[in-house]
Ligand binder design. Structure first.
Ligand SMILES: [Cu+2]
Length: 216
């Protein structure tokens, strides 16, 4: 008797687990529908979107570099593409659905191109420690060269953002800080929005995602 109750509990557990997987599984007795057809339509839409995304990425004769963005579990959640312009760098971020918690997140360029040690090895912001320079795009004594506007992650769906920094370059063009310098640069995404004024990181909190850029 006890064994039967345990077995039944196990079955209910499995059904709940399956129904929690994005609704892709039918419970026994559920009416048949056009799930396979819908799945193939979804795949077509994904492919179309990927194509559009590739075409939308700006190209520049001055060069570009791309890196995957990883979360704290080491899962790839998107891509970051940095494209050199005549007076700065365009930063294109593409995220998979659910890649970041919904809400605002601070984004900075950190001084070392690594995501090691829970992203701590990426160090401080590019330009941090320079005399009289403080963090924050709205700080009267700022900004540091690695400062960037925050991005907003929606509660569902793929999403993206495009940022521009006139303070950096890929290789030191125009005396701007070089992203692809000897030890590279990391793009770090923080837990909370950056208020662009308080020290040392605008209240942005922990590091939740990272893309490392290094010279090949
Ligand atoms: Cu940061």
């Amino acid at each position: 008797m006890i064994r039967n109750v345990l077995l039944a509990a196990g079955l209910i557990g499995s059904a709940l687990a399956l129904s929690g997987c994005g609704g892709r599984f039918s419970l026994p007795g559920a009416p048949a529908d056009s799930r396979p057809e819908r799945a193939s339509q979804e795949r077509d839409r994904d492919r179309e979107r990927d194509r559009d995304r590739d075409q939308e990425v700006a190209s520049s004769p001055l060069g570009a570099t791309e890196a995957q963005i990883f979360d704290t579990e080491g899962a790839a959640i998107g891509t970051a593409t940095l494209t050199e312009g005549s007076a700065g760098v365009l930063i294109r971020l593409n995220f998979n659905a659910g890649g970041l918690p919904a809400g605002w997140h601070g984004v900075h360029l950190h001084e070392v191109g690594t995501c090691a040690d829970a992203f701590r090895a990426s160090g401080a912001h590019v330009g941090h420690g320079q005399r009289k320079v403080r963090h924050g795009l709205l700080n009267p004594d700022g900004p540091e060269a690695g400062d960037l506007p925050s991005i907003f992650a929606p509660a569902s769906g793929d999403f993206g953002a495009e940022l521009y920094s006139p303070f950096v370059s890929l290789h030191g063009e125009g005396d701007r800080a070089a992203i692809l310098d000897g030890d590279g640069t990391a793009l770090i995404i923080h837990e909370n929005s950056d208020d662009q004024a308080t020290q040392p990181i605008g209240g942005a909190g922990g590091r939740i995602a990272c893309a490392a850029f290094t010279r090949d």
